[in-house]
Design a protein around this ligand. Structure first.
Ligand code: ZN
Length: 604
């Protein structure tokens, strides 16, 4: 949405040390700055900010990113909002045509206004509706809580919103999902309100703007809940109810509670669990979980103790496994049969809910429990069924310590060796990078590389990310040595070289932003975080390393061509090619002999 050129300019003009320093006390330590991590509780600083790379990384919890990423994670802002905030700090206007004022943005603003108008109308109507007020009171909700969540009431009228808008015919009322356009042949009433006779729950984005509504009937009629349809503002699989209201508490308490319904969120919040959110009438998605894990270290799912609740918890487990890094904690509180957070708190009080949270199952416990439900693991058949059921879940996980632990726990239950299970599943062991400076998010998601050439390429990729200037310098030499359609790492190097040459003078963080749309973006960021200790003094050593790497790659290529030719019949062409390659190989070996003397100077 925002032009990459502008992002690059912006990142070149702000200093991440200043941006982070506004909320974290930083002390200079060598070339970098250190402070107490704002994303997890710690007493000794492991939160590192690199001025040369314009990148931060916490060696405790693995949080990392650019100045934009910091604002997103720390302030709970979306990407565009973070860019706007950063631009404000830097005193640079966001170009009009670059972001907000495109046709899509104009429509967005107009829909947001329509929602705000409707929200204000519903709130007024609630004040004048004794039935609705009585309903909320019967649920134990106070006026202050209703105000905090901007609750409202849609009266039971076909065109109630006529009172709120100048023209009921505006197309945006339909686009925002507030008004339904009826099939003209089947009804005289061409348009009517979507929400009638319902308590209204405005759904806000991270900045507090109303992007949609949830609505609940007061009586037993159906459907009990009705939500805004998908609109340009509202994507159910991405948004979480209550996140705006909960953001501050999530940061303060270092955890987030995920429950199933709007009323659960509101009830929990009123009872002191302000860190609560819910999905919007859909199952929890990996995108939801990833959003929450960016904000905090600990996610607790608190689901109803009925079949639907258990199914929701099962789906939440699947969504979590695909995205959870080793450094985060996710647990599952399955409430007693027949209770949801709302009823539990109303019937037994906040302490009872806290007890349930304390009893929550860890991810590994729920993993084993949910999979073995209905199976008799005392029998070989049951154990085999469990082994089979676990396979797709483990396969969906990034290789890493957590997956290893789950495999071990499973191995114990099914009575086999963890190694045998891994072999049975065809899971490859976690990839070991040549050097490790601490845990990093997503770093282990890369495909393992057993071949030395692939390992070399992976190492080169890291260096290119850490030193965009060297990436530009070696772009041509390296580009010619990559295999088209080869291992993923070839494509990754090509992508990084391309981004580095497209933007002159990029810092490491700015290069990562330019690669933000890549499917490997997370992996690139994790690699950079690991190399935060490399500084500009190492530039010459890294240059030598790259020079040697280029020679080594060419050497490997010449060798492989030679061995292929040696298996072929001796045509004239082959006869000429072999001595050429042999002489090039000797040349390379000679050059490398001198180059390797200077390689390996880089500190681990
Ligand atoms: Zn941290």
């Amino acid at each position: 949405m925002i032009a990459q050129g502008f992002i690059q300019d912006l990142l070149a003009r702000v200093d991440i040390v200043e941006v982070v320093g506004r909320s974290v006390a930083l002390k200079k330590a060598g070339q970098n700055y250190l402070g107490l991590c704002p994303f997890h509780g710690e007493k000794t600083p492991s939160f590192t900010v690199s001025p040369s790379k314009q990148f931060f990384h916490c060696f405790g919890c693995g949080a990392h990113g650019s100045a934009i990423g910091f604002l997103m994670d720390h302030r709970g802002l979306g990407y565009v909002e973070a860019v706007q905030e950063l631009a404000q700090i830097a005193g640079i206007p966001v170009p009009r045509d670059a972001s907000r004022d495109g046709p899509a943005a104009g429509q967005r603003r107009s829909l947001l206004e329509a929602n705000e108008t409707a929200c204000a109308y519903y709130r007024r109507e609630l004040k004048g509706s004794p039935v609705a007020i009585e309903y909320l009171k019967s649920r134990g909700l106070t006026g202050a809580t209703a105000a905090r969540f901007a609750l409202g009431f849609a009266p039971d009228q076909w065109q109630g919103l006529k009172a709120a808008f100048d023209s009921y015919e505006e197309p945006r009322l339909v686009e925002a999902g507030l008004v339904v356009e009826a099939d003209a042949e089947r009804s005289d009433r061409k348009r009517y309100d979507r929400f009638r006779g319902r308590v209204m729950f405005p759904i806000r984005d991270r900045r507090g703007s109303v992007i949609g509504f949830g609505a609940r009937v007061l009586d037993g009629s159906q459907p009990k809940y009705l939500n805004s349809p998908e609109t340009p503002l509202f994507r159910k699989g991405q948004e979480l109810y209550g996140l705006y209201e909960a953001a501050e508490a999530i940061r303060r308490k270092h955890r987030v509670l995920v429950c199933e319904g709007y009323l659960d969120v509101i009830q929990l919040s009123q009872a002191g669990f302000e860190e609560s959110v819910a999905a919007l009438g859909t199952a929890i998605t990996s995108q939801h979980v990833a959003t929450l894990l960016r904000l905090t270290d600990t996610v607790v799912f608190a689901f109803d103790g009925d079949d639907a609740g258990r199914n929701a918890a099962r789906r939440a487990l699947h969504a979590t496994l695909a995205v959870i890094p080793d450094t985060k904690r996710v647990s599952f509180a399955l409430l007693p049969q027949g209770e949801d957070p709302d009823s539990l708190i109303r019937n037994f009080g906040a302490a009872a809910f806290e007890t349930e949270l304390a009893r929550a199952l860890s991810l590994s416990q729920w993993f084993l429990k949910s999979l073995s439900e209905g199976l008799d693991v005392s029998q070989p058949e049951g154990r085999a069924a469990l082994t089979a059921a676990a396979k797709p879940l483990l396969e969906s996980m990034p290789a890493g310590a957590l997956r290893m632990q789950l495999v071990r726990a499973l191995a114990e239950v099914v009575g086999t060796a963890a190694g045998d299970l891994e072999a049975l599943y065809g899971l490859s062991p976690a990839r070991r990078l040549p050097e490790s400076a601490g845990p990093a998010r997503g770093a282990t998601r890369a495909r393992p590389s057993g071949r030395p050439v692939e390992a070399l390429k992976s190492q080169l990729l890291r260096r290119l990310l850490a030193y965009p200037a060297l990436a530009r310098e070696f772009a041509q030499a390296l580009g010619g040595l990559l295999e088209q359609g080869g291992e993923p790492v070839d494509g990754q190097i090509a992508e990084v070289l391309q981004a580095a040459t497209a933007h002159a003078d990029t810092s490491c963080a700015a290069l990562l932003e330019a690669l933000g749309e890549s499917e490997f973006a997370d992996q690139y960021r994790a690699l950079c975080a690991r190399d935060l200790h490399l500084d500009d003094d190492d530039l010459e050593a890294v240059r030598c390393e790259l020079r040697d790497g280029v020679l080594a790659l060419e050497e490997a290529r010449v060798k492989s061509e030679l061995s292929a030719l040696e298996r072929q019949e001796l045509s004239d062409e082959v006869r000429q090619r072999i001595p050429m390659l042999t002489s090039r190989l000797n040349e390379l070996k000679h050059q490398r002999g001198t180059a390797t003397v200077t390689a390996g100077l880089v500190k681990p």
